[in-house]
Ligand binder design. Structure first.
Ligand code: NAP
Length: 243
């Protein structure tokens, strides 16, 4: 049976590249995107490259959108094999260059968590029953090394100065979810891992980032396709990152 994957935020950047590479591996790809036009454009591009792709309207900051997407997927597919929780954002009022912990508002914090954390948990919880129907399920949470508490607390770390607090805290929360969910599902043949793509040249990562989108998607795709028993790991290109 053909494997089925859902990638959130798949209309551009790392999500699009991940969808493309999963498709190139013979997997049916559900392209989650909040904007219908952007989602359908991505699906057309993927189809032009010979990939079996379908658009699913999915705004992870909207409980109604999540509910509708889960209903559509559950009605049309017997199982979900891969879930890539990729959709993510840094609030326009945070930057990579300034420590925001004293200046940010509740609004910035809540808004960031809405997409990067609450939506991710809500969607995943609702899809777990369908993923349990897979012979081997893989959940990949696209996190960031900026969510590593170890790095954030180490003055010698390259990332010590990179302190957009809402973004970093939302990714730390994602990592906590990875650990908790992996433990809860360890008897269900579902693996749950966190990926750090690296600093990647996307709209979020900016053109100054060191890695291309293809290089950045490597960690995500590898974890999504992993057939070992690996679970509850936080990785970049096969290397473990400290939580
Ligand atoms: N680039 C990096 O250096 C880097 C490093 C570490 C981690 N990451 C993580 O990698 C993931 C992908 O980021 P990227 O670099 O590919 O950024 P990107 O090019 O800006 O893409 C972000 C994607 O997320 C979508 N998105 C944002 N809010 C959403 C929502 N509420 N519902 C559904 N989709 C939503 C965007 O959709 P729209 O087009 O509609 O806005 C877009 O498709 C993020 O989780 C990010 O935190 C990136």
């Amino acid at each position: 049976m053909k494997k089925v994957a859902l990638v959130t935020g798949a209309n551009k950047g790392l999500g699009y590249q991940t969808a493309k590479e999963l498709g190139q591996n013979g997997i049916k790809v559900l392209v989650g995107a909040r904007n219908e036009e952007r989602g359908n454009n991505a699906v057309s591009q993927l189809k032009n490259e010979g990939i079996d792709a379908e658009f699913v309207q999915l705004d992870v900051a909207s409980a109604d959108s999540i509910k509708d997407a889960v209903k559509t997927i559950s009605e049309n597919y017997d199982q979900l094999d891969i879930l890539v929780n990729n959709a993510g954002m840094i609030h326009a009022k945070e930057s990579w260059d300034a420590d925001s912990v004293n200046s940010l508002t509740q609004d910035i914090l809540r808004n960031t968590f809405e997409t990067n954390f609450f939506g991710l948990v809500d969607l995943t919880q609702q899809l777990v029953p369908l993923i349990k129907k897979s012979a081997q399920g893989n959940i990949v949470n696209v996190s960031s090394i900026l969510g590593s508490l170890e790095e954030a607390n180490n003055p010698k770390s390259d990332y010590y100065q990179v302190k957009p607090f809402a973004y970093n805290a939302s990714k730390a929360a994602v990592n906590s979810y990875t650990i908790h969910l992996a433990a809860a599902l360890k008897n269900d043949k579902i693996k749950v891992n966190s990926a750090h793509p690296g600093g990647v040249q996307t709209d979020l990562g900016t053109e100054h980032a060191p890695l291309t989108v293809k290089q950045g998607a490597r960690t995500i795709v590898d974890l999504a396709l992993d057939t070992s028993e690996k679970t509850a790991q936080f990785e970049h290109l096969g290397q473990t990152i400290a939580w």
